[in-house]
Design a protein around this ligand. Sequence first.
Ligand code: FAD
Length: 506
Amino acid sequence: MSINNPSPQKIPFDIFLEDFRDRSRHAYRVRADIDKLSTNRGMPPFVMREVMSGNPLSVNIPEQYGGRGGKVEEILAMLSAASYESLALSLTLGINSALFLQPLAKYGTAEARLAVFDRFLSSQNMGGLMITEPGHGSDALNMQTSFTSDGESYNIRGTKHWAGLTGWADFWLLTAREQMKSGDLKRDIDFFICDVNQDGQHIIVEEFFDNLGLYQIPYGRNRIDVEVPHLYRLQPHSTGIKLLLDLLHRSRLQFPGMALGFIQRMLDEALSHTRDRSVSGKRLVEYDQVQHRISELQSSFTIASAMCANSSGKAGIEHDLSMCAVEANSVKSYVTDLMQSAAQSLVQLVGAKAYRLSHIGGRGITDSRPFQIFEGSNDMLYSQISDAVVKQMKQAKESNLYKFLINNDLSQKATGYLKDLLDFNLNMELPQRKMVELGQALSRIISMEMVLDLGEKGFRSDLIENSLATLRKDISALMGHFNYSDQANLIEDYQDNSVWYSLATK
Ligand SMILES: Cc1cc2nc3c(=O)[nH]c(=O)nc-3n(C[C@H](O)[C@H](O)[C@H](O)COP(=O)(O)OP(=O)(O)OC[C@H]3O[C@@H](n4cnc5c(N)ncnc54)[C@H](O)[C@@H]3O)c2cc1C
């Protein structure tokens, strides 16, 4: 079905989504063979034209500006349809959605919203977010990009790298700290909308990177020295750091949209391959270990579905998510781990044929890998989940993990199934590696709650049962690790007396 109606908000969503699916499928499978194009960098212009012609990004734009109103379930369904065809396409749309249009809708001035939304709806413009700097990634709050104001505009200067859509986006949300008269930078962070098509707002790309995967998305290093008008600064409701947390947590809660379509594609490819391929006179799908892998893929599909359903009710811009760290970090870190394992499992099942850039499984490994790094490295997020839970337990004066989790909205029902694993007093002074393991377990417990909720809503019960069994097994393994005392330490000068062949003849 094709839609020529220019007013996207009037089209029923199921028709809108089907149209987007058709266009993406046609662009990636008929007009271009994505597998054959896989060694090229960049997105072929006709692919982007075809995909964008249905105005998919209108799902993020408020109705009063001609969009579909920013309904989270529509945004997630659109991201998921995109990632079934191409994870890079989905990330492109995800960047525009969560890192540009949603913050603009929530914090932009009326003038900026009017002008920018119109450019997205009428000219298919794109926007991204620049936070990361060469010297400051995970510790983004120490960024050195600075701004000063002359009364009419803001002068923003600095170097940013790794921003998705480098050299391609028309708009950038730039982050910077105010430079005081002393030359020092204030602690808070501000956000500015830079329109690279305007005089004085051009961003110079000093280098394009040879990113390992996601070939369709350009990355690089940017030199910023731009003048942005006063009305193009975002208006935080309190501090800029709270705005940043609200933005990042909302984005993390929407990762399951990108994850779901990708995982489903890995699952469908695995099913189709293992049904067709015979090894030693037996179809692959008949082997027990193959079935085990596919059931894990199905569990991941169910978990990502449960997370989408959960985020639909919570991640709208009307909610303040700045305090939602435990839930948002659990969702982002766990679902991105599931994406990576899904791609690894497909490659294992397909064998050598998948170890090629032209195979969706091989590409899936490198395409999904950075999801575990960007918007909060997973190691860090897992330990932050535990930090927050330990802090809440101390405040509640509760040291028994089971008793704490059974009284927590995020984990109440799931904890009931896990009493034997969680009924112990938690040591509140754990080393970071243990905090990471605990965070991994907590993220799975919180996700199990979402799966139980999805089951109650009427999702297919055999998928729910399988997923609960898989989750319980994983949580049990993680708690086993957690309770094992890990004695291995880093040995800095490990080269001394550690050459095996000098000992071989002794
Ligand atoms: C494909 C891709 C897309 C990206 N898109 C964007 C974008 O659109 N916009 C943008 O601004 N940035 C983007 N980034 C940058 C990304 O957000 C950063 O790479 C990320 O924040 C990590 O920063 P870093 O690479 O400087 O690593 P570092 O901060 O040096 O961290 C490296 C590693 O050190 C470890 N580590 C760091 N801190 C801790 C800690 N406290 N405890 C334990 N371990 C720790 C972690 O394992 C971490 O992965 C993107 C990156 C990639 C690869």
